[in-house]
Write a protein that binds this ligand. Structure first.
Ligand SMILES: C=CC1=C(C)c2cc3[nH]c(cc4nc(cc5[nH]c(cc1n2)c(C)c5CCC(=O)O)C(CCC(=O)O)=C4C)c(C)c3C=C
Ligand SMILES: [Fe+2]
Ligand SMILES: [Fe+2]
Length: 333
C-alpha cells in the first residue's frame, strides 16, 4: 500500500446460476432463452440448435416450467435467489467481523437478475480495484463455472480499466465443505432416523462433454468419497446418481429417476436423498427431488423418500465460504 489513506475495499463477486424474475410464462421463457442460448450449456451448431430452441423448446417448456416454479416459489421470490441473498447477507457480516480490511460482497447471477454486469458495477461503485470471483458451485464444470468467467470477461471487455481478478474454480474437496455436508446428514438422521440408503444426487451433464474434457464427474466422485468417509459409510450404504437430464443424448449415469423407480419396485422402503452439488435449494431440488422423484419412488412401492436440504444459509456453510475467501484473498488483505 503506497498511500496512507483508508485501504480500498476488496470485492467479492458471489455468483450462482440465476432464475426467472417471476413465475409468469414470459419471465420463464426469457430466462430459458438466455440460459439455453449459452454455447457452454448447449454446444450444438447454432444453425441446428436455434430453430429447435425457438421453434420447439421455448414454445412448449416455459408453460410447464412456470407451473413447477409456482410450486416452490417463496414469499420473497425464487428459492435460488432467496437463499443466495441470505448467504451473501450472512457472509458479509462474517467477513466484516473477521477481516480488518473492508471487503464488499456483491451477488450476481449468470442468467437473469441481478446480472453479472450489475454485480461488477456495484463493486466498481464501491471502489473495488481487486475482485475475487466466487461461483457457488462446489464442483467445476465448463457448463457452470467457465461460462461465469466467460460472461465476466465479456462485460469487462467494454471497461476502460477492469479490476484485477482472482477466481475460485471449485471447492469440492474443502474439508469445511465436507464437514458441513456431513453435519447436515447427521442432523437429518437424528431427527428422522436413517433410511436404508443415502443417495448423493448431482445435476448431470451430457456424457459427450466429459469425453471432450469436462472434469465435472471426477469432482463429484471426490466429494462423494470424502463425504462417505466422513460419515463412515460403506460402499453399499450410499449411491451417487445424476439428475435433471435434458434432451435426448446420454447424460451422466446412473440416472436418479430410474434408480428411484427400480428401488421402489425392488422393495426398498426408505431412502434419504441429498444434493451436494447445489449450494442452495432451487427448482432442481425442491421440485425435482422432493416432488417428482419422491413420487417415482413411492408410486413404485417405496414408503418414503426424505430429502435432506441444501446447505443454504447454515452457519457451517457460511464458515466454509468465509475460510475460502480469507485464503483466496491472501496477499490482498
Ligand atoms: C440444457 C442443458 C443443461 C446443462 C448442461 C445444465 C448443467 C447444470 N445446471 C446446474 C444447476 C442448475 N440447473 C438448474 C435448472 C435448469 N438446468 C437446465 C439445463 C441444463 N443444466 C434447465 C433447462 C433448467 C431450468 C429448469 C427447467 O426448465 O427444467 C438450476 C435451478 C434454477 C432455478 O431457477 O431454480 C440449477 C441450480 C448445474 C450445477 C449444472 C452442471 C453441473
Ligand atoms: Fe441445470
Ligand atoms: Fe429439472
Amino acid at each position: 500500500m503506497t498511500s496512507r489513506s483508508a485501504p480500498r475495499p476488496i470485492g467479492v463477486l458471489f455468483t450462482n446460476l440465476g432464475t426467472p424474475d417471476d413465475t409468469s410464462v414470459p419471465a420463464v421463457r426469457r430466462y430459458l432463452a438466455e440460459f439455453l442460448s449459452d454455447r457452454r450449456v448447449v454446444d450444438l451448431n447454432r444453425l441446428l440448435w436455434l430453430p429447435i430452441l425457438y421453434g420447439v423448446i421455448l414454445a412448449l417448456r416455459p408453460k410447464n416450467s412456470a407451473a413447477s416454479y409456482r410450486s416452490v416459489w417463496m414469499d420473497e421470490g425464487s428459492p435460488l435467489l432467496v437463499y443466495a441473498r441470505r448467504q451473501v447477507e450472512r457472509l458479509q457480516k462474517r467477513v466484516d467481523a473477521e477481516i480488518e480490511q473492508p471487503v464488499h460482497i456483491a451477488l450476481a447471477m449468470r442468467y437473469g437478475n441481478p446480472s453479472i454486469e450489475a454485480g461488477l458495477r456495484e463493486l466498481d461503485a464501491a471502489g473495488c480495484k481487486q475482485v475475487l470471483i466466487l461461483p457457488a458451485y462446489p464442483q467445476y464444470s465448463a457448463t457452470t463455472v467457465a461460462t461465469t468467467f466467460d460472461k465476466i470477461g465479456e462485460v469487462l471487455a467494454d471497461w476502460p480499466e477492469p479490476p484485477q481478478l482472482r477466481q475460485i474454480n471449485r471447492y469440492h474437496d474443502e474439508p469445511a465443505y465436507i464437514t458441513a455436508l456431513a453435519n447436515s446428514v447427521r442432523e437429518h438422521w437424528e431427527t428422522n432416523g436413517r433410511a436404508e440408503k443415502l443417495v448423493m444426487s448431482f445435476h448431470g451433464i451430457p456424457k459427450r462433454y466429459v469425453k471432450q474434457g469436462d472434469p465435472y464427474p471426477r469432482d463429484c466422485g471426490i466429494t462423494a468419497q470424502l463425504l462417505a468417509a466422513e460419515l463412515g459409510l460403506g460402499r453399499n450404504e450410499y449411491k451417487v446418481c445424476f439428475q435433471s437430464r435434458f434432451g435426448r443424448e446420454p447424460w451422466l449415469q446412473p440416472y436418479l429417476d430410474q434408480t428411484m423407480k427400480a428401488w421402489g419396485k425392488a422393495g426398498m422402503k426408505t431412502v434419504d436423498v441429498m444434493c451436494p452439488g447445489f449450494s442452495s435449494d432451487c427448482l432442481e431440488t425442491l421440485e425435482e427431488i422432493r416432488e417428482e422423484n419422491r413420487g417415482y419412488f413411492e408410486e413404485a412401492g417405496g414408503d418414503s423418500l426424505r430429502y435432506i436440504p441444501a446447505l443454504n444459509e447454515r452457519d457451517d456453510h457460511i464458515d466454509m465460504f468465509t475460510q475460502l475467501i480469507k485464503r483466496e484473498l491472501s496477499g490482498w488483505i
